[in-house]
Design a binder for this molecule. Structure first.
Ligand code: SF4
Length: 89
């Protein structure tokens, strides 16, 4: 199974249902990472606290993603830029 350097590459290559709903954990309100949401946090791991996913105890990096994503309110510009890598190319 192929792996990808960025979740946006995977979205383009894997023909997923509703790819427009998939966002990065780095910019998701359910990602339980400590500290400011900057791009530097992308390689870090934290629990997903989504109400319907919490029981799976998902440990996800800032570069992970899913289609239950919801925007975290205070995301730094470089984190937003990380989440959008390759979108317009
Ligand atoms: S796995 Fe999905 S719901 Fe959980 S933090 Fe990541 S994007 Fe958000």
């Amino acid at each position: 199974m192929p792996t990808y350097k960025h979740y946006q590459d995977l979205k383009k290559a894997e023909h997923l249902a509703n790819p427009e709903r998939i966002g990065a954990c780095l910019t998701c309100k359910y990602w339980d990472a400590e500290g400011p949401r900057t791009g530097a946090l992308a390689p870090s791991d934290a629990l997903c606290t989504h109400p319907e996913l919490r029981r799976f105890q998902l440990i996800v990096s800032g570069g992970s993603g899913c289609n239950e994503w919801e925007k975290y309110p205070n995301v730094a510009e470089d984190a937003e830029a990380y989440a959008q890598v390759g979108v317009n190319s």
